[in-house]
Design a binder for this molecule. Structure first.
Ligand SMILES: *Cc1c(COP(=O)(O)O)cnc(C)c1O
Length: 386
C-alpha cells in the first residue's frame, strides 16, 4: 500500500531519542525548551509552548484567551473535528463559516457577511479559528482587517502548515493572529509521535499557556502570591497535564532540522501531480505564488462539479484495491452526528458539501519516490475509465 502520508525517521532521529532515554530526564527536562526554541526560531514568533497534541494546543490557546461559557468561536467545516471541539471543551459554543471553493479555506467574504449579521444580533464571536487546509495559509490579511473592525481574536489552526509561508513570513509568525497551533502527529509534516505547539508574540498569553499545560501551576517566584520556600508552587488556574515528553521533543528537534527538505520534496511532488494530471478531468489545487507558499500536507484533487454522487466513492474503492492509500479530508464537521445533535445542518454549508462529495487526497509524503507517484497517477487515470 502506498499510504497518503507517512513519517520519515532517520538514524539521527533514533539516536536523539535514545540519548534522552539514557539521560536524567525523560520528561520536564532541557529538550522541550530546545524544541520550543527551534519552532520559535523557524517561525520568528517570540514564544512557543509545546504540548501533547494540537488538540490540547487548541484547548489551552482558547483558554488563554479566556474563552468560556457564553462565548462563541467560529471555524471552518472542512477541518478535523478538533478545531471545533476545543471551543466546546471551554464551555463555549461553536459556529462555522463556509469555505472558498478553490482554496478549501474559510471564505473571507462569507465571514464578513456573517460578522455583519452577528453584530446586528449582538452575537459576535470572541475567537475565529482559520484552518490552513492542506498547508495553504488562509487569507490572513483579509482576516486581520475584519479582526480590527469587529474586535475578535485569531487562533490559527496550522496543523497542516508548518513550513508554509504567507506574505513573506513563515506560518506561525503570528503577524496576523494572536496564536498559531501546529500538530506533530505522524501524518503531519514534522512528527513527535503525538504532539503539538502554540506560537505567539504575546508574553502574557505564553505564560498562561505554560501554566495551563501543567495543571495551572507556576513555580516562577515572580508570578506567585507568596513563597514558602524552595519546594513551593502555586496552582492559580485550573489547568491540565498536556506536557510533551523529552523523547517526543528530541524527535521533534531532530526532525526540525529537515523541515526545509520535507517541504521542498512535498512541493516537488505537488508540481509533478500538477504536470501529470493537467489534462485529466480532475480539478487540481492552486500551485504556489509569491504571497502564499503551501507546505503541501495534503494534495487534494476534485472530480468536476456535477459528477455523479457515487463517482468519488467508486474512485476511492478502485484506488484502494490498487494499493493506493487515498483518503478524504475532511467529512464536514457539521455532518458529524454529534454536531447535528447541536443543531447544525449540512445544507447550511453548500460549498463544503460540494467539496466533500468530490474531494480525494492523493499520497504525498517526503519519502515518496517519483515512480510511486507514477503508479498513483496511472491508477487514478485508468480508474476513471474502468
Ligand atoms: C491533525 C489535526 C488536528 C489535531 O491534531 P492532533 O495533534 O492529532 O491533536 C487539528 N486540526 C487539524 C486541521 C488537523 O489536521
Amino acid at each position: 500500500m502506498i499510504p497518503y502520508g507517512r513519517q520519515n525517521i532517520t538514524e539521527d532521529d533514533i539516536e536523539a531519542v535514545v540519548q534522552v532515554l539514557r539521560s536524567d530526564f525523560i520528561t520536564q527536562g532541557p529538550v522541550v525548551p530546545r524544541f520550543e526554541a527551534a519552532i520559535a526560531t523557524h517561525t520568528g514568533a517570540a514564544h512557543c509552548i509545546a504540548v501533547s497534541s494540537a488538540t490540547s494546543a487548541l484547548h489551552i490557546a482558547l483558554r488563554s484567551l479566556d474563552v468560556g461559557p457564553g462565548d462563541i468561536v467560529w471555524t471552518s467545516p472542512i477541518t478535523f473535528v478538533a478545531s471545533a471541539n476545543a471551543a466546546l471543551y471551554c464551555g463555549a459554543s461553536v459556529d462555522f463559516v463556509d469555505i472558498c471553493a478553490d482554496t478549501f479555506n474559510m471564505d473571507m467574504t462569507l465571514l464578513a457577511e456573517k460578522l455583519d449579521r452577528a453584530q446586528a444580533e449582538g452575537r459576535l464571536p470572541k475567537v475565529v479559528v482559520p484552518v490552513h487546509m492542506t498547508g495553504r495559509s488562509c487569507d490572513m490579511k483579509a482576516l486581520d482587517a475584519l479582526r480590527k473592525t469587529y474586535g475578535f481574536r485569531v487562533v490559527e489552526d496550522a496543523s497542516h502548515a508548518i513550513g508554509a509561508r504567507y506574505a513573506g513570513q513563515p506560518v506561525g509568525s503570528c503577524a496576523f493572529s494572536d496564536l498559531c497551533v501546529f500538530s506533530f502527529h505522524p501524518v503531519k509534516i514534522v512528527t513527535t509521535g503525538e504532539g503539538g505547539a502554540v506560537t505567539t508574540n504575546d508574553r502574557v498569553l505564553s505564560r498562561r499557556m505554560a501554566a495551563l499545560r501543567s495543571h495551572g501551576i507556576t513555580r516562577d517566584p515572580s508570578e506567585m502570591l507568596q513563597n514558602d520556600g524552595g519546594w513551593y508552587y502555586e496552582q492559580q488556574d485550573l489547568g491540565f497535564n498536556y506536557r510533551l515528553t523529552e523523547m517526543q521533543a528530541a524527535l521533534g528537534l531532530s526532525q526540525m532540522k529537515r523541515l526545509n527538505a520535507f517541504v521542498a520534496r512535498r512541493r516537488e511532488l505537488a508540481g509533478r501531480y500538477e504536470q501529470l494530471l493537467q489534462n485529466s478531468r480532475f480539478l487540481l489545487p492552486r500551485l504556489d505564488c509569491d504571497e502564499n507558499q503551501p507546505a503541501w500536507h495534503l494534495y487534494v484533487v476534485r472530480l468536476p462539479e456535477g459528477s455523479k454522487p457515487l463517482e468519488r466513492r467508486s474512485l476511492f474503492e478502485k484506488l484502494r484495491l490498487d494499493g493506493i492509500g487515498v483518503n478524504v479530508h475532511y467529512i464536514p464537521v457539521t455532518r458529524q452526528p454529534y454536531y447535528r445533535g447541536l443543531g447544525f445542518e449540512p445544507s447550511q454549508y453548500p460549498v463544503s458539501e460540494s467539496y466533500y462529495e468530490r474531494a480525494i487526497s492523493l499520497p504525498v509524503f517526503y519519502d515518496m519516490a517519483d515512480d510511486q507517484q507514477d503508479i498513483v497517477i496511472k491508477s487514478l487515470i485508468t480508474a476513471v475509465y474502468r
